[in-house]
Write a protein that binds this ligand. Structure first.
Ligand code: 0O2
Length: 290
């Protein structure tokens, strides 16, 4: 699984392909907040920590799927901290002043994770699994798959809170998770790129074309899903193998205990210690007797 930063992440986010390590944005300057810099840095630290926590949980889910399920429903995962421009734009849209308090209160996607799935059914499956992860609290759901936006945008959005444990306190921190199929992601990425310059004032005929494309995307997703269903029927032997593997691992409840192992080496050391002690006693007795 590769981590990329989607769209607008600032500097310092690093993609390291093989060790699956993502370094979050450490700093983000909002010049308008010059008198709240310290406070903002504190919240940024929390948002970054929440992203790391959630990324780790999702990475575990991803690896488990790779090992013990017939196919991995997750194609890839990306995460980012929202850009200052985007934060400012959102608050402007809500008619709110650019203050740290308003960002925390009104901007739900300062920290964002995007999960790209293979099929629509996988989107719902992953959403359900996320809602079952201990520690994660689902605050809000927007199902733009069941109810697409008027422009044709489809995606499943969850606002969740993740506990960030600091030395003295635990802070529940908001993260937006967007879950969508590859096809939905193609549409959203291109629409975002193409309509950015219109700033919400996209000409009507272009809007219509994009809506038509989104319908094609929905058709494609549905078609690919039914082809996949058919393929799954051919591979029932493979399915059984995975069910066996999953059952085998489902019985493992803990690998978190410590056992004292009596190695030969340890025995030797014990013996040596005993012999040394006895020799010392003999020496003492000898001395006493001398
Ligand atoms: P960026 O650059 O991704 O940060 P809310 O306060 O949460 O109820 P909000 O934030 O408008 O209101 O919520 P919503 O509708 O869930 O949208 C949040 C994000 O979804 C957007 O963030 C986009 O990433 C994506 N999104 C929503 N609608 C569209 C759309 O029509 N087209 C595309 N391409 N993406 C969309 P931002 O802040 O717009 O941008």
């Amino acid at each position: 699984m590769l981590y990329f930063n989607y769209k607008t992440c600032l500097t310092k986010d690093i993609i390291v392909k093989n060790n699956r390590y993502m370094k979050g944005c450490d700093r983000m300057d909002l010049p308008v907040l010059y008198n709240e810099v310290e406070e903002w840095n504190y919240y940024l630290m929390l948002y970054n920590a929440a992203l790391k926590e959630l990324n780790t949980k999702l990475d575990i889910l991803y690896n488990e799927f790779k090992l013990a399920h017939p196919y991995n429903p997750i194609e890839h995962i990306t995460s980012r901290i929202k850009s200052p421009q985007s934060i400012a734009k959102k608050l402007r849209k809500y008619g709110k002043d650019l203050t740290v308090e308003n960002i925390i209160k009104y901007v739900n996607d300062v920290a964002g994770i995007r999960i790209i799935c293979s099929f629509v059914a996988d989107v719902y499956r992953i959403a359900e699994l996320i809602s079952k992860i201990s520690d994660i609290k689902v605050l809000k759901i927007k199902d733009y798959i069941a109810n697409p936006k008027p422009n044709g945008y489809t995606s499943y959005h969850m606002i969740v809170s993740v506990p960030v444990r600091l030395t003295n306190i635990t802070v529940d921190t908001k993260v937006e998770i967007q879950i969508r199929t590859i096809a939905m992601d193609v549409w959203a990425s291109l629409e975002h790129k193409m309509c950015y310059k219109f700033e919400g004032d996209t000409p009507e005929h272009i809007q219509k074309e994009l809506k038509a494309c989104s319908e094609l995307i929905a058709y494609l997703d549905q078609k690919m899903f039914s082809i996949n269903q058919e393929i799954q029927n051919y591979s029932s032997i493979q399915e059984n193998y995975y069910i066996d593997t999953r059952n085998k691992y489902d019985t493992i409840e803990s690998i978190g205990t410590v056992e004292d192992v009596d190695t030969g080496d340890k025995k030797d050391k014990k013996k040596q210690k005993k012999e040394k002690k006895e020799a010392g006693r003999k020496r003492l007795l000898l001395g006493f007797g001398a």
